[in-house]
Write a protein that binds this ligand. Structure first.
Ligand SMILES: Cc1cc2nc3c(=O)[nH]c(=O)nc-3n(C[C@H](O)[C@H](O)[C@H](O)COP(=O)(O)OP(=O)(O)OC[C@H]3O[C@@H](n4cnc5c(N)ncnc54)[C@H](O)[C@@H]3O)c2cc1C
Length: 445
Protein backbone atom coordinates (compact mmCIF):
# COMPACT_ATOMS: atom_id res chain seq x y z
CA UNK A 1 0.00 0.00 0.00
CA UNK A 2 1.27 3.44 -0.89
CA UNK A 3 0.65 6.47 1.24
CA UNK A 4 1.07 9.99 -0.11
CA UNK A 5 2.86 12.71 1.79
CA UNK A 6 4.15 16.15 1.00
CA UNK A 7 7.46 15.31 2.65
CA UNK A 8 9.03 12.14 4.03
CA UNK A 9 11.96 12.77 6.34
CA UNK A 10 14.24 9.79 6.95
CA UNK A 11 16.07 9.85 10.28
CA UNK A 12 14.87 11.44 13.53
CA UNK A 13 18.13 12.89 14.81
CA UNK A 14 18.37 16.67 15.28
CA UNK A 15 18.51 17.33 11.51
CA UNK A 16 15.46 15.23 10.64
CA UNK A 17 13.22 16.16 13.57
CA UNK A 18 13.82 19.88 13.25
CA UNK A 19 13.43 19.91 9.44
CA UNK A 20 10.22 17.87 9.76
CA UNK A 21 8.84 20.25 12.39
CA UNK A 22 9.70 23.37 10.39
CA UNK A 23 7.94 21.92 7.34
CA UNK A 24 4.86 20.84 9.32
CA UNK A 25 4.62 24.28 10.91
CA UNK A 26 4.57 25.61 7.35
CA UNK A 27 1.46 23.51 6.65
CA UNK A 28 3.03 20.46 4.96
CA UNK A 29 1.97 16.87 5.61
CA UNK A 30 5.16 15.34 6.93
CA UNK A 31 6.07 11.76 7.77
CA UNK A 32 9.19 11.36 9.93
CA UNK A 33 10.74 7.88 10.07
CA UNK A 34 13.49 6.29 12.13
CA UNK A 35 14.74 2.74 12.04
CA UNK A 36 15.31 2.71 15.82
CA UNK A 37 12.65 2.57 18.49
CA UNK A 38 12.61 5.82 20.46
CA UNK A 39 13.91 6.88 22.86
CA UNK A 40 17.21 5.55 21.56
CA UNK A 41 20.87 5.98 22.44
CA UNK A 42 23.40 7.55 20.09
CA UNK A 43 27.19 7.96 20.18
CA UNK A 44 27.77 11.66 20.78
CA UNK A 45 29.71 14.00 23.04
CA UNK A 46 26.30 15.35 24.13
CA UNK A 47 27.46 18.99 24.08
CA UNK A 48 25.48 21.71 22.36
CA UNK A 49 27.62 24.74 21.61
CA UNK A 50 26.52 28.35 21.86
CA UNK A 51 25.34 28.48 18.24
CA UNK A 52 23.19 25.35 18.60
CA UNK A 53 21.62 26.59 21.85
CA UNK A 54 20.83 29.98 20.28
CA UNK A 55 19.31 28.37 17.20
CA UNK A 56 17.06 26.14 19.30
CA UNK A 57 15.87 29.24 21.17
CA UNK A 58 15.26 31.11 17.92
CA UNK A 59 12.96 28.40 16.55
CA UNK A 60 11.02 28.17 19.80
CA UNK A 61 12.67 25.02 21.17
CA UNK A 62 14.73 26.59 23.95
CA UNK A 63 12.45 25.01 26.57
CA UNK A 64 13.60 21.56 25.51
CA UNK A 65 16.96 22.09 27.15
CA UNK A 66 15.40 23.41 30.32
CA UNK A 67 12.77 20.65 30.49
CA UNK A 68 15.37 18.03 29.69
CA UNK A 69 17.56 19.21 32.58
CA UNK A 70 20.51 20.12 30.31
CA UNK A 71 23.66 20.90 32.31
CA UNK A 72 25.16 24.35 31.77
CA UNK A 73 28.73 24.18 30.49
CA UNK A 74 31.29 26.69 31.63
CA UNK A 75 34.70 25.07 31.20
CA UNK A 76 36.91 22.98 28.94
CA UNK A 77 39.64 20.83 30.50
CA UNK A 78 42.07 19.59 27.84
CA UNK A 79 44.86 17.18 28.80
CA UNK A 80 47.58 15.49 26.80
CA UNK A 81 50.71 13.88 28.24
CA UNK A 82 51.73 15.99 31.21
CA UNK A 83 50.09 19.16 29.88
CA UNK A 84 46.77 20.54 30.92
CA UNK A 85 44.85 23.54 29.60
CA UNK A 86 41.72 24.95 31.21
CA UNK A 87 39.53 27.27 29.15
CA UNK A 88 36.32 29.00 30.20
CA UNK A 89 33.43 28.38 27.78
CA UNK A 90 31.11 31.26 26.90
CA UNK A 91 28.02 29.04 26.96
CA UNK A 92 26.81 25.60 25.99
CA UNK A 93 24.74 22.74 27.37
CA UNK A 94 25.26 19.04 27.97
CA UNK A 95 22.30 16.74 27.46
CA UNK A 96 22.19 13.06 26.57
CA UNK A 97 21.08 12.24 23.06
CA UNK A 98 18.49 9.86 24.47
CA UNK A 99 16.68 12.80 26.06
CA UNK A 100 17.44 15.51 23.49
CA UNK A 101 16.36 13.49 20.45
CA UNK A 102 13.21 12.22 22.15
CA UNK A 103 12.27 15.80 23.06
CA UNK A 104 12.92 17.02 19.51
CA UNK A 105 10.68 14.25 18.16
CA UNK A 106 7.96 15.21 20.64
CA UNK A 107 8.24 18.85 19.51
CA UNK A 108 7.96 17.71 15.88
CA UNK A 109 4.81 15.72 16.72
CA UNK A 110 3.30 18.72 18.50
CA UNK A 111 4.12 20.75 15.37
CA UNK A 112 1.98 18.38 13.29
CA UNK A 113 4.49 15.74 12.12
CA UNK A 114 3.50 12.07 11.91
CA UNK A 115 6.27 9.99 13.42
CA UNK A 116 6.94 6.30 12.99
CA UNK A 117 9.90 4.61 14.64
CA UNK A 118 11.15 1.08 14.03
CA UNK A 119 10.99 1.53 10.25
CA UNK A 120 14.02 1.37 7.95
CA UNK A 121 13.55 3.50 4.87
CA UNK A 122 15.26 3.28 1.49
CA UNK A 123 14.86 6.01 -1.11
CA UNK A 124 13.51 4.73 -4.42
CA UNK A 125 12.89 6.20 -7.86
CA UNK A 126 11.62 9.68 -8.61
CA UNK A 127 8.45 9.82 -10.73
CA UNK A 128 6.07 12.46 -12.06
CA UNK A 129 4.26 12.63 -8.75
CA UNK A 130 7.14 12.56 -6.34
CA UNK A 131 9.59 10.05 -5.00
CA UNK A 132 9.04 6.56 -3.66
CA UNK A 133 10.37 5.50 -0.26
CA UNK A 134 10.51 1.78 0.54
CA UNK A 135 9.78 0.86 4.14
CA UNK A 136 10.75 -2.16 6.15
CA UNK A 137 9.96 -2.78 9.78
CA UNK A 138 12.96 -3.24 12.01
CA UNK A 139 10.99 -4.42 15.01
CA UNK A 140 7.78 -6.11 15.87
CA UNK A 141 5.75 -2.95 15.83
CA UNK A 142 2.21 -1.83 15.56
CA UNK A 143 1.18 1.49 14.06
CA UNK A 144 1.56 3.78 16.98
CA UNK A 145 3.04 7.11 17.88
CA UNK A 146 6.00 7.01 20.23
CA UNK A 147 5.04 5.91 23.67
CA UNK A 148 4.28 8.54 26.28
CA UNK A 149 4.50 11.37 23.78
CA UNK A 150 1.56 12.03 21.51
CA UNK A 151 -0.66 9.54 23.34
CA UNK A 152 -0.29 11.47 26.54
CA UNK A 153 -0.22 14.98 25.11
CA UNK A 154 -2.95 14.73 22.46
CA UNK A 155 -4.91 11.45 22.55
CA UNK A 156 -7.40 12.61 19.88
CA UNK A 157 -4.68 13.64 17.49
CA UNK A 158 -2.90 10.37 18.16
CA UNK A 159 -5.95 8.35 17.15
CA UNK A 160 -6.34 10.44 13.98
CA UNK A 161 -2.70 9.99 13.06
CA UNK A 162 -2.92 6.27 13.60
CA UNK A 163 -5.77 6.07 11.13
CA UNK A 164 -3.82 8.21 8.68
CA UNK A 165 -0.73 6.13 8.97
CA UNK A 166 -1.88 3.10 7.10
CA UNK A 167 1.10 0.79 7.20
CA UNK A 168 0.88 -2.95 7.42
CA UNK A 169 3.83 -3.99 9.45
CA UNK A 170 5.47 -7.29 8.67
CA UNK A 171 7.07 -9.12 11.54
CA UNK A 172 10.78 -8.89 11.70
CA UNK A 173 13.41 -8.45 14.28
CA UNK A 174 16.87 -7.13 14.59
CA UNK A 175 19.62 -9.13 16.17
CA UNK A 176 22.44 -7.06 17.46
CA UNK A 177 25.74 -8.48 18.31
CA UNK A 178 29.18 -7.31 19.24
CA UNK A 179 29.45 -3.84 20.68
CA UNK A 180 25.92 -2.65 20.35
CA UNK A 181 24.09 -0.92 17.58
CA UNK A 182 25.95 1.37 15.28
CA UNK A 183 24.76 4.72 13.98
CA UNK A 184 24.97 3.90 10.32
CA UNK A 185 24.30 1.15 7.91
CA UNK A 186 27.70 0.42 6.50
CA UNK A 187 30.61 -1.58 7.68
CA UNK A 188 33.31 -0.11 9.84
CA UNK A 189 35.74 -1.34 12.44
CA UNK A 190 33.32 -1.06 15.32
CA UNK A 191 30.15 -1.78 13.53
CA UNK A 192 28.12 -4.69 14.88
CA UNK A 193 26.22 -6.93 12.54
CA UNK A 194 22.67 -5.78 12.05
CA UNK A 195 20.92 -8.96 10.99
CA UNK A 196 17.40 -8.61 9.80
CA UNK A 197 15.73 -11.96 10.38
CA UNK A 198 15.11 -13.97 7.20
CA UNK A 199 11.47 -13.09 6.65
CA UNK A 200 11.89 -9.35 7.20
CA UNK A 201 10.58 -8.68 3.72
CA UNK A 202 9.92 -5.37 2.09
CA UNK A 203 6.73 -4.39 3.76
CA UNK A 204 5.55 -1.25 2.14
CA UNK A 205 6.26 1.92 0.33
CA UNK A 206 5.14 5.50 0.49
CA UNK A 207 5.25 8.40 -1.92
CA UNK A 208 6.20 12.02 -1.22
CA UNK A 209 6.59 15.19 -3.22
CA UNK A 210 9.97 15.59 -1.58
CA UNK A 211 12.22 13.28 0.46
CA UNK A 212 14.76 14.47 3.02
CA UNK A 213 17.56 12.08 3.89
CA UNK A 214 18.74 12.90 7.43
CA UNK A 215 19.83 9.38 8.30
CA UNK A 216 23.29 10.09 9.66
CA UNK A 217 26.79 8.90 8.74
CA UNK A 218 26.98 7.00 5.48
CA UNK A 219 23.30 7.80 4.62
CA UNK A 220 22.17 4.13 4.43
CA UNK A 221 18.77 5.14 3.02
CA UNK A 222 20.47 6.29 -0.20
CA UNK A 223 22.04 2.94 -1.06
CA UNK A 224 19.93 2.71 -4.23
CA UNK A 225 20.36 6.33 -5.33
CA UNK A 226 23.26 6.03 -7.73
CA UNK A 227 23.76 9.73 -8.38
CA UNK A 228 24.65 10.42 -4.72
CA UNK A 229 28.06 9.16 -3.66
CA UNK A 230 29.73 8.80 -0.29
CA UNK A 231 33.51 9.15 0.06
CA UNK A 232 35.22 8.05 3.23
CA UNK A 233 38.63 9.42 4.15
CA UNK A 234 40.87 6.39 4.44
CA UNK A 235 42.63 7.35 7.63
CA UNK A 236 39.37 8.39 9.26
CA UNK A 237 38.83 7.56 12.88
CA UNK A 238 35.73 5.80 14.14
CA UNK A 239 33.48 6.82 17.00
CA UNK A 240 32.57 4.94 20.17
CA UNK A 241 30.64 5.89 23.27
CA UNK A 242 28.99 4.80 26.49
CA UNK A 243 27.53 6.20 29.69
CA UNK A 244 28.62 5.33 33.24
CA UNK A 245 26.85 6.08 36.51
CA UNK A 246 29.92 5.74 38.72
CA UNK A 247 33.08 7.74 38.13
CA UNK A 248 35.73 9.73 40.04
CA UNK A 249 34.72 13.18 41.36
CA UNK A 250 37.44 14.82 39.27
CA UNK A 251 35.02 14.67 36.33
CA UNK A 252 33.07 17.69 37.48
CA UNK A 253 29.65 18.71 36.11
CA UNK A 254 29.71 21.75 33.81
CA UNK A 255 33.15 20.97 32.38
CA UNK A 256 34.01 19.22 29.13
CA UNK A 257 36.96 16.95 29.92
CA UNK A 258 39.04 16.03 26.87
CA UNK A 259 41.91 13.56 26.80
CA UNK A 260 44.18 13.40 23.74
CA UNK A 261 46.53 10.45 23.34
CA UNK A 262 48.13 8.22 20.76
CA UNK A 263 45.46 6.81 18.49
CA UNK A 264 42.54 8.90 19.63
CA UNK A 265 40.81 11.28 21.98
CA UNK A 266 38.06 10.88 24.57
CA UNK A 267 35.51 13.51 25.66
CA UNK A 268 33.70 13.20 28.98
CA UNK A 269 30.83 15.30 30.29
CA UNK A 270 28.16 14.96 32.98
CA UNK A 271 24.65 14.90 31.54
CA UNK A 272 21.19 15.62 32.98
CA UNK A 273 20.87 12.28 34.80
CA UNK A 274 24.15 12.81 36.65
CA UNK A 275 25.79 10.07 34.55
CA UNK A 276 29.06 10.63 32.73
CA UNK A 277 28.74 10.57 28.94
CA UNK A 278 31.89 9.25 27.27
CA UNK A 279 32.46 9.73 23.54
CA UNK A 280 35.64 8.99 21.64
CA UNK A 281 37.25 9.05 18.22
CA UNK A 282 39.78 6.25 17.80
CA UNK A 283 42.03 4.86 15.11
CA UNK A 284 40.55 1.44 14.34
CA UNK A 285 43.97 0.03 15.05
CA UNK A 286 44.01 1.31 18.63
CA UNK A 287 40.77 -0.54 19.35
CA UNK A 288 42.14 -3.71 17.79
CA UNK A 289 45.44 -3.47 19.66
CA UNK A 290 43.79 -2.70 22.99
CA UNK A 291 41.10 -5.36 22.58
CA UNK A 292 38.02 -3.13 22.59
CA UNK A 293 36.81 0.46 23.03
CA UNK A 294 36.77 0.36 26.86
CA UNK A 295 40.46 -0.49 26.98
CA UNK A 296 41.27 2.00 24.21
CA UNK A 297 39.53 4.73 26.20
CA UNK A 298 41.34 3.67 29.39
CA UNK A 299 44.65 3.89 27.55
CA UNK A 300 43.98 7.43 26.23
CA UNK A 301 42.75 8.64 29.65
CA UNK A 302 45.81 7.24 31.34
CA UNK A 303 48.21 8.79 28.78
CA UNK A 304 46.55 12.18 29.42
CA UNK A 305 46.71 11.86 33.19
CA UNK A 306 42.96 11.57 33.82
CA UNK A 307 41.78 9.25 36.60
CA UNK A 308 40.71 5.74 35.58
CA UNK A 309 37.00 4.88 35.28
CA UNK A 310 36.59 1.17 36.15
CA UNK A 311 32.86 1.23 35.20
CA UNK A 312 33.82 1.70 31.54
CA UNK A 313 34.80 -1.96 31.32
CA UNK A 314 31.23 -3.08 32.12
CA UNK A 315 29.46 -0.38 30.15
CA UNK A 316 27.56 -1.04 26.93
CA UNK A 317 29.55 0.63 24.15
CA UNK A 318 28.06 1.73 20.87
CA UNK A 319 30.12 2.32 17.75
CA UNK A 320 30.01 4.32 14.54
CA UNK A 321 31.50 3.76 11.10
CA UNK A 322 34.28 6.02 9.74
CA UNK A 323 33.69 9.59 10.85
CA UNK A 324 35.36 11.72 8.18
CA UNK A 325 33.45 11.45 4.93
CA UNK A 326 31.79 13.54 2.28
CA UNK A 327 28.65 13.24 0.18
CA UNK A 328 28.27 14.58 -3.34
CA UNK A 329 25.98 15.96 -4.52
CA UNK A 330 23.74 16.78 -1.55
CA UNK A 331 20.58 16.85 -3.64
CA UNK A 332 18.97 14.99 -6.52
CA UNK A 333 15.52 14.97 -8.08
CA UNK A 334 13.00 15.61 -5.29
CA UNK A 335 15.63 14.59 -2.76
CA UNK A 336 17.70 16.63 -0.29
CA UNK A 337 20.44 15.36 2.03
CA UNK A 338 21.24 17.07 5.36
CA UNK A 339 22.96 16.59 8.71
CA UNK A 340 25.69 13.92 9.05
CA UNK A 341 24.26 12.23 5.96
CA UNK A 342 25.64 15.13 3.93
CA UNK A 343 29.21 14.62 5.18
CA UNK A 344 31.05 14.89 8.47
CA UNK A 345 34.46 15.38 10.03
CA UNK A 346 35.82 14.22 13.35
CA UNK A 347 33.90 15.62 16.28
CA UNK A 348 36.62 17.29 18.39
CA UNK A 349 34.99 20.75 18.21
CA UNK A 350 31.51 19.39 18.98
CA UNK A 351 29.77 21.14 16.10
CA UNK A 352 27.83 18.31 14.44
CA UNK A 353 24.48 19.04 16.08
CA UNK A 354 24.87 22.76 15.34
CA UNK A 355 25.44 21.97 11.65
CA UNK A 356 22.50 19.57 11.64
CA UNK A 357 20.14 22.12 13.20
CA UNK A 358 21.30 25.00 11.00
CA UNK A 359 20.90 22.84 7.88
CA UNK A 360 17.41 21.77 8.92
CA UNK A 361 16.26 25.35 9.39
CA UNK A 362 17.86 26.51 6.13
CA UNK A 363 16.52 23.61 4.07
CA UNK A 364 12.87 23.78 5.22
CA UNK A 365 11.82 26.71 2.96
CA UNK A 366 13.57 25.15 -0.05
CA UNK A 367 11.94 21.78 0.57
CA UNK A 368 8.58 23.55 1.00
CA UNK A 369 9.04 25.27 -2.38
CA UNK A 370 9.96 21.91 -3.92
CA UNK A 371 6.63 20.47 -2.70
CA UNK A 372 4.73 23.18 -4.60
CA UNK A 373 6.78 23.01 -7.77
CA UNK A 374 9.87 20.84 -8.09
CA UNK A 375 12.63 22.59 -10.07
CA UNK A 376 16.19 21.24 -10.56
CA UNK A 377 17.43 24.73 -9.60
CA UNK A 378 16.34 23.97 -6.02
CA UNK A 379 18.92 21.18 -5.85
CA UNK A 380 21.65 23.58 -6.98
CA UNK A 381 20.46 26.11 -4.45
CA UNK A 382 20.70 23.58 -1.62
CA UNK A 383 24.23 22.56 -2.70
CA UNK A 384 25.29 26.21 -2.52
CA UNK A 385 23.58 26.86 0.79
CA UNK A 386 24.98 23.66 2.28
CA UNK A 387 28.48 24.63 1.23
CA UNK A 388 28.09 28.07 2.83
CA UNK A 389 26.63 26.72 6.07
CA UNK A 390 28.59 23.52 6.60
CA UNK A 391 31.32 22.59 4.10
CA UNK A 392 33.52 25.62 4.64
CA UNK A 393 33.43 25.21 8.38
CA UNK A 394 34.17 21.52 8.07
CA UNK A 395 37.41 22.38 6.28
CA UNK A 396 38.73 24.01 9.46
CA UNK A 397 37.67 21.00 11.49
CA UNK A 398 39.41 18.70 9.05
CA UNK A 399 42.68 20.58 9.55
CA UNK A 400 42.22 20.35 13.29
CA UNK A 401 41.51 16.62 13.04
CA UNK A 402 44.77 16.13 11.13
CA UNK A 403 46.63 18.13 13.77
CA UNK A 404 45.11 16.08 16.59
CA UNK A 405 46.57 12.90 15.15
CA UNK A 406 49.87 13.94 16.67
CA UNK A 407 49.77 14.23 20.46
CA UNK A 408 53.21 15.86 20.20
CA UNK A 409 51.72 18.74 18.13
CA UNK A 410 48.86 19.01 20.60
CA UNK A 411 51.28 19.34 23.50
CA UNK A 412 53.24 22.03 21.66
CA UNK A 413 50.03 23.92 20.99
CA UNK A 414 49.06 23.63 24.64
CA UNK A 415 52.44 25.07 25.52
CA UNK A 416 52.08 28.00 23.11
CA UNK A 417 48.42 28.93 23.55
CA UNK A 418 48.71 30.34 27.07
CA UNK A 419 51.44 32.64 25.79
CA UNK A 420 49.69 33.58 22.53
CA UNK A 421 45.90 33.19 22.82
CA UNK A 422 45.51 35.01 19.49
CA UNK A 423 46.69 31.81 17.83
CA UNK A 424 43.17 30.60 18.45
CA UNK A 425 41.73 33.30 16.19
CA UNK A 426 41.57 31.26 12.95
CA UNK A 427 39.96 28.39 14.79
CA UNK A 428 37.44 30.63 16.50
CA UNK A 429 36.24 31.90 13.11
CA UNK A 430 35.89 28.39 11.81
CA UNK A 431 34.33 26.65 14.77
CA UNK A 432 32.51 27.66 17.89
CA UNK A 433 35.30 27.79 20.38
CA UNK A 434 35.46 30.67 22.86
CA UNK A 435 36.78 33.97 21.50
CA UNK A 436 40.34 34.92 22.47
CA UNK A 437 38.90 37.91 24.34
CA UNK A 438 36.85 35.62 26.53
CA UNK A 439 39.74 33.30 27.20
CA UNK A 440 41.70 33.38 30.37
CA UNK A 441 43.95 30.48 29.51
CA UNK A 442 45.82 28.92 32.37
CA UNK A 443 48.37 26.23 32.17
CA UNK A 444 48.36 23.77 35.01
CA UNK A 445 50.52 20.79 35.64
C1 LIG B 1 32.23 10.48 19.17
C2 LIG B 1 31.32 11.59 18.73
C3 LIG B 1 31.18 12.72 19.53
C4 LIG B 1 30.37 13.79 19.12
N1 LIG B 1 30.21 14.86 19.94
C5 LIG B 1 29.42 15.88 19.58
C6 LIG B 1 29.17 16.97 20.45
O1 LIG B 1 29.62 17.01 21.60
N2 LIG B 1 28.39 17.99 20.00
C7 LIG B 1 27.84 17.99 18.74
O2 LIG B 1 27.16 18.95 18.38
N3 LIG B 1 28.01 16.94 17.92
C8 LIG B 1 28.78 15.90 18.30
N4 LIG B 1 28.91 14.81 17.48
C9 LIG B 1 28.25 14.82 16.17
C10 LIG B 1 26.75 14.56 16.29
O3 LIG B 1 26.52 13.38 17.00
C11 LIG B 1 26.14 14.47 14.89
O4 LIG B 1 26.67 15.49 14.08
C12 LIG B 1 24.61 14.59 14.93
O5 LIG B 1 24.07 13.49 15.58
C13 LIG B 1 24.06 14.68 13.51
O6 LIG B 1 22.66 14.64 13.57
P1 LIG B 1 21.80 14.02 12.37
O7 LIG B 1 20.39 14.33 12.68
O8 LIG B 1 22.38 14.44 11.07
O9 LIG B 1 22.09 12.45 12.41
P2 LIG B 1 21.87 11.38 13.57
O10 LIG B 1 21.77 12.04 14.88
O11 LIG B 1 22.91 10.36 13.36
O12 LIG B 1 20.44 10.76 13.25
C14 LIG B 1 20.24 9.92 12.16
C15 LIG B 1 19.04 9.04 12.45
O13 LIG B 1 18.70 8.33 11.26
C16 LIG B 1 18.27 7.04 11.61
N5 LIG B 1 18.43 6.19 10.41
C17 LIG B 1 19.58 5.76 9.85
N6 LIG B 1 19.31 5.04 8.75
C18 LIG B 1 17.97 5.01 8.61
C19 LIG B 1 17.09 4.44 7.65
N7 LIG B 1 17.54 3.77 6.59
N8 LIG B 1 15.76 4.59 7.82
C20 LIG B 1 15.28 5.29 8.89
N9 LIG B 1 16.08 5.86 9.82
C21 LIG B 1 17.40 5.74 9.67
C22 LIG B 1 19.18 6.65 12.77
O14 LIG B 1 18.59 5.63 13.57
C23 LIG B 1 19.28 7.99 13.52
O15 LIG B 1 18.32 8.12 14.54
C24 LIG B 1 29.70 13.73 17.88
C25 LIG B 1 29.81 12.59 17.08
C26 LIG B 1 30.60 11.52 17.50
C27 LIG B 1 30.68 10.29 16.65
Amino acid sequence: MTTDWDVIVIGAGPAGSVAARQLALGGRRVLLLDRKRFPRRKVCGACLNHGAVTLLEEIGLGDILHDGGAVELNGFDLRSGSRRLSLPLPSGRAISRTVLDQKLVEAAIRGGVTFQDGVTATVGEANDHGRIVHLKSTNDIVCEEPRSTLQECHPDLAAKRRRQFDLKIAHSSVALSGLGDSDAGESGGLRPRLNAVADSRLMNSANAQVVLSADGLGHPSLCDVREIRDRTVRSSRIGAGCEVAEFPAEYTPGVIHMAVGRGGYVGLVCVESGALNIAAAFDARLIRDCGGPARAAASVLSQAGFPAIPAMAEAEWLGTPALTRSTTPVAAERLFVLGDASGYVEPFTGEGMGWALASAVALAPLAGAACDDWQPALATQWSREHSRLVRRRQRTCRMLAAFLKSPMCVRWAMFLLPKMPRLLQPLVHGVSLPTPQSLAITRCG
